[in-house]
Ligand binder design. Structure first.
Ligand code: NAP
Length: 253
């Protein structure tokens, strides 16, 4: 999996052009979902640019009220792909842990429609129960994750079970980018707050998927591979955690 992806929630106007621009800039992972209304635009951009399929990583998601297998097939059709690199259960169900959904995704994977499968926003106990019930460990757990809202317990649990964490809404949807402490550390590295947050993710082994419609934002978010955040600043960034959520609450806590 690439270590950085492009989120596409709300990238509903000019999706094709914006995704094509990202691909030209060098993005190799695109995150979408059946309910984002971006899949057909992504599919057209992929057809037009025709990057080698094995160099591109496409993630989609299924909803808890859907048949996960059928939904995966529909997502493939909308994207115009033969397989998805990753399919995720979009959220933890209200009741239970989504065993039927998970078995639907296991079937999709076993039939080659998905290379890997995972979940989003599960609590640690739910992840454990899903594994205990099915013997299948999610390859990826996608959760809301930023210096202002994250869980080092979740990070440890996922590391121990070899579950790759992906950070959604890593830029707090822009709500905390002006934080004084963030600005101060970013200035030290001559980077922007967004770049600092994305780099903080990388150094924790977490894969961020920032959404950026603006071309300059897309470019800026790629420029995170030429500096290292020192341990003391990593600790300060970790210490900004106040369980902040840009979406109302950190569902996995
Ligand atoms: N699994 C789930 O339940 C779930 C939930 C939420 C999101 N997601 C996924 O995660 C992706 C990212 O999360 P998100 O879209 O909620 O929020 P986000 O990535 O935290 O923030 C997106 C916002 O940040 C702005 N931005 C991007 N780069 C910037 C930069 N360098 N400087 C300043 N602002 C910048 C964007 O502006 P412009 O667009 O104008 O450039 C946009 O307004 C989603 O798109 C989606 O693919 C998954």
């Amino acid at each position: 999996m690439p270590v950085l992806g492009l989120g596409t929630w709300m990238l509903t106007s000019h999706t094709r052009d914006l995704v094509a621009n990202a691909l030209r800039l060098g993005y190799r992972m695109i995150d979408t979902s059946g309910d984002y209304h971006t899949q057909s635009g992504i599919g057209i951009a992929l057809t037009e640019l025709a990057p080698p399929r094995d160099e591109i990583f496409i993630t989609s998601k299924v909803e808890t009220d859907q048949d996960a297998y059928q939904s995966t097939c529909r997502n493939l059709e909308e994207l115009g792909l033969d397989y998805l690199d990753l399919v995720l259960i979009h959220e933890a169900p209200d009741k239970g842990v989504g065993e039927d959904l998970w078995r639907g995704l296991i079937r999709a994977r076993d039939e080659g429609k998905a290379r890997d499968i995972g979940v989003c926003s599960y609590k640690i106990a739910q992840l454990q129960e899903l594994v205990d019930l099915t013997g299948e460990v999610p390859a990826v757990h996608q959760v809301e994750w930023s210096p202002f809202g994250h869980s080092l317990d979740m990070l440890s649990f996922c590391a121990a079970h070899e579950i790759q964490l992906q950070a959604y809404s890593p830029l707090t949807r822009g709500k905390r980018l002006e934080d004084e402490r963030l600005l101060r550390i970013a200035a030290k590295y001559e980077k922007t707050p967004a770049q600092l947050i994305l780099r903080w993710n990388l150094q924790h082994g977490v894969v961020p998927i920032p959404k950026a419609g603006r071309a300059d934002h897309q470019q800026e978010n790629l420029e995170i591979f030429d500096f290292d955040i020192e341990a003391i600043d990593m600790a300060t960034l970790d210490g900004l955690n106040e369980q902040f959520s840009a979406l109302e609450k950190l569902e996995y806590l």
